[in-house]
Design a protein around this ligand. Sequence first.
Ligand code: 5GP
Length: 205
Amino acid sequence: MTQKGLLIVISGPSGCGKGTICKELRRQHPEIKVSVSATTREIRSGETDGKDYFFISKEEFERHIEEGEFLEYARIYSGNYYGTPKKYVRDTLLSGNDLILEIDIQGALQVKEKFEEGVFIFLVPPSMEELHRRLVQRGRETPELIMERFKAAYEEMNFINRYNYVVTNDKVDEAIRKIEAIIAAEKCRVIRNDALLNEILNGGV
Ligand code: 5GP
């Protein structure tokens, strides 16, 4: 049975732990592909160009926008661009591989417009206090930027009903088990299994 790959979009407010969850999913499920986004933000220590992001200039990013090369893109904190290369997504799904996009909410909503059959998972922190604690603890941003992200998180929680699933990221392993269950259930949906039905009916007796 062949079935086109599943597009799984994981998003949620900054600090909800998307990065950690996606990294762990990648480690436990090397068969699931993860799209590498392009960004204009500065590379951080420990990051690798082409693995964490494609770090490109604003001019280059805007050229890719004009050439229609992004499935979605957004300007996020501090005005930096982030975008998902369309070609990689298309090629991966057509070759039957499942693919995860770890993107912000603006981007997820754009993907939903174009790709209704995707699986949209909203990751939430156990509480807003915990989200604030995580933003401070990771020590990546200035206090001003932490406040900007925290305020944005409140707004972003309002978009939860545009998603198909909500997963609380309290314990990483539990969140991973839930995402695995979502993926398994989605693959069993009748709508995704035309080929299976044909195979059963035409397989002979
Ligand atoms: P960071 O700068 O901390 O790596 O990421 C900032 C935010 O950008 C995160 O919420 C992350 O999910 C989001 N992001 C990363 N790649 C993309 C992308 O290709 N498109 C969109 N819309 N958001 C992205």
